[in-house]
Ligand binder design. Structure first.
Ligand SMILES: [Zn+2]
Length: 144
């Protein structure tokens, strides 16, 4: 289960509206809880480096990721997931999304942005042990 603060939830959905008709992307910061759930307290917005195909691809600059990880650690937060938007496409993961996901145990949030308006946000947890058996599992999301 993913517990996400209202402000983080609003922020990541607004990000998708602001970058429409391009995909937005960013990082979810918070904590892994002992019961297996995750808490998101903050989101870090990233630029989409996929200039070749920004309407249906996203990529977070590795230098951004390192900086976000370091700044999070200084606040006692960990990277617990990632988010991106699907302009005029359903909030379901694509084969490319799975191929490019590498953080096991992390959540991958996808927001559908229809005609510039954020609609559904779904969360998927990346499970498995390596690249060959990894898969996305539907994950319930609660706004706290
Ligand atoms: Zn996607």
């Amino acid at each position: 289960m993913l517990k996400i603060s209202q402000s983080a939830y609003v922020s990541l959905r607004q990000h998708g509206e602001e970058t429409y008709s391009h995909e937005c992307c960013g990082v979810l910061l918070g904590h892994f809880e002992d019961d297996g759930s995750k808490t998101v307290s903050r989101v870090a917005r990233c630029g989409n480096t996929r200039a070749d195909s920004p309407h249906n691809r996203y990529n977070i600059d590795p230098r951004d990721l390192i900086r976000i990880q370091r700044e999070g650690r200084e606040r006692g937060e960990e990277i617990v997931g990632f988010y991106h938007s699907h302009p005029d496409h359903p909030a379901q993961w694509s084969p490319t999304d799975l191929a490019e996901a590498h953080w096991f145990g992390c959540s991958y949030l996808i927001t559908s942005v229809e005609k510039g308006k954020a609609t559904i946000t779904n969360s998927f947890e990346l499970t498995g042990s390596d690249e060959d058996d990894k898969k996305f599992v539907d994950e319930p999301t609660v706004i706290v």
